[in-house]
Ligand binder design. Structure first.
Ligand code: SF4
Length: 517
């Protein structure tokens, strides 16, 4: 093997090379570009208070929304089940976007196929694409289940999934008894969390109906006690953490929708399309568990309604349990559902986190923060900020349409903020986008922004450090492997945030030497 060092410049370096500089200069003659002075003036105006007012009056356009498409969430949901192939009924381009978006976050491949609808399917309907697609996908990738979701094109022309899948069976493209679950996921409403919910609900509902079982909570012969649903979960480490907690309780449980295997499979030299996931046979049996624990109550709205309505199960619903108080609530919920006491090992772990909070408090106390993210994550982050003494100032959730139940969420956020003196400075923005957040950061500055990689551009413009939490995180590696829920997660979040604050202090060191803090 050659020892010669490869020269692989990243694009920032590459595009400063003379040939690219020249190419850009040459293009200007066709573009009639603004002068440098005009650009500088427009940029300065876009940072002003006057512009912010106009920006917040904006009605007709959304700029950089902090959300993704419904079917993207459905693909993630499908990958939470054993040997299940996500099948996107719609155009190939949409599917490529979902796959690349998920793969850039998890740094793992995303196996998903599409029915590749093009112009003819848009005119005549996508039935033949669906039938051929199902036949080919089953023959090529040998799944044990296919989970079908839809893109905007299939929804706009009104393709009927029930009829199409039925016709595929009639024509022999797939066997009569081969499970194909399906959910309608139009992206012109809702977001990735709505699509996740739609697919999880469909999988539970349709596999249960096929089984012929009758739901009888608390009668599981094999000791099923508790169902756990994490929701649209961008942290594979959170699955490991919830398992650690449930194993400490020594209770039997079933995680319904576990994509952590697919997104954390080992490199063995052989690629496997399917890795891990909830066993298909465990889904109908989950109807006989004592109860269900939901860790993203706003995301899993329809799924909860199904479990409590059809399975008649007790459902304990929380938002993402970040921080000590939220983890206390999580443990109390597990204790109530199973009748088991909180294990001593977890109480001890809690004490260590409280100790760490006290150590870091001088550096976090009073720090003003901006938060952007999904509804349940935001509730968790706000609770965490308040308990470590940070002051949420701007709270922005793009997922604010009717589907998502934004009003109820906003009321809960405001109640949480009112429970602490650190919450008094906050304003909650539902349905606003990251271009609004940029105006806020520039005109009402904060010390830190917390959110996904998409928040980077607004934070950079405002000169605010970004703590990367949520989905997607493209521009840093392996953050999804570390849990952020539970006591361990609280410690991880604390470490992440306080060290960014300490970095800032070091960077702004004023000439009195480096204090060892
Ligand atoms: S918004 Fe609709 S058309 Fe666009 S990528 Fe998402 S599903 Fe496809």
């Amino acid at each position: 093997m050659s020892k010669e060092k490869l020269n692989i410049p990243d694009y920032n370096t590459l595009f400063t090379e003379e040939r690219y500089v020249q190419q850009r200069e040459n293009k200007k003659q066709f573009e009639a570009p603004c002068s440098d002075q005009e650009k500088a003036e427009a940029l300065a105006y876009s940072k002003s208070a006057e512009y912010m007012e106009k920006n917040f009056d904006r009605k007709a356009v959304v700029i950089n929304p902090h959300k993704a498409c419904q079917p993207l969430g459905s693909v993630m949901a499908a990958l939470g089940f054993e040997k299940t192939l996500p099948f996107v009924h719609g155009s190939q381009g949409c599917n490529s976007y979902f796959r690349s978006h998920l793969s850039r976050h998890f740094k793992e491949p995303t196996p998903a196929v599409s029915s590749s609808m093009t112009e003819d399917a848009a005119v005549f309907g996508g039935m033949s694409n669906m039938i051929d697609g199902l036949q080919n996908a089953v023959a090529l990738y040998k799944p044990e289940m296919v989970a079908v979701c839809t893109t905007c094109m299939a929804e706009v022309i009104g393709d009927d999934l029930t009829a199409f899948i039925g016709n595929a069976r009639q024509k022999g493209a797939i066997a009569e008894d081969f499970p194909v679950t399906y959910a309608n996921t139009p992206s012109f409403i809702g977001s990735h969390v709505t699509g996740y919910d739609a697919m999880i609900k469909s999988i539970l509902n349709q596999l249960f109906d096929r089984s012929g079982l009758t739901a009888a909570p608390g009668t599981g012969e094999e000791g099923e006690k508790l169902n756990v649903l994490l929701g649209f979960e961008p942290y594979t480490g959170n699955f490991a953490e919830i398992r650690k907690i449930l194993n400490a309780f020594d209770t039997k449980y079933t995680i319904l929708g576990d994509h952590s295997g697919n997104y954390d499979s080992p490199a063995t030299g052989e690629y496997e399309y399917y890795y891990g996931g909830t066993k298909l046979a465990d889904v109908p049996k989950a109807a006989n568990a004592l109860g269900s624990l939901v860790l993203q109550k706003y995301t899993l709205k329809k799924t909860q309604e199904y479990i409590s309505g059809t399975w008649k199960q007790q459902v304990s619903s929380l938002s993402t349990p970040l921080g000590v108080k939220a983890t206390d609530k999580l443990l109390a919920a597990i204790s109530e559902l199973t009748g088991l006491p909180v294990p001593a090992s977890l109480t001890e772990e809690r004490g260590r986190v409280v100790d760490a909070y006290a150590d870091s408090h001088p550096y976090l106390h009073g720090k003003r923060v901006a938060l952007a993210g999904d509804p349940d994550l935001l509730l968790g982050l706000i609770g965490f900020c308040l308990e470590v003494g940070m002051e949420p100032v701007h709270i922005l959730c793009s997922n604010g349409d009717v589907e998502f139940d934004g009003k109820k969420w906003k009321l809960e956020v405001e109640e949480l903020l009112a429970s602490s003196p650190y919450g008094s400075e906050a304003t909650v923005y539902v349905g606003k986008d990251l271009w609004h957040l940029r105006s806020l950061l520039l005109n009402d500055p904060v010390d830190l922004a917390i959110g996904s990689s998409h928040v980077k551009f607004a934070a950079k413009d405002a000169g605010v450090p970004l703590v990367r939490v949520g989905f997607p995180i493209f521009d840093r590696h392996h953050m999804h492997r570390n849990p952020i829920i539970g006591y361990q997660g609280a410690l991880n979040l604390l470490t992440l945030i306080v060290n960014i604050v300490l970095d800032q202090l070091d960077n702004n060191e004023s000439g009195f030497g480096d204090l060892v803090r």
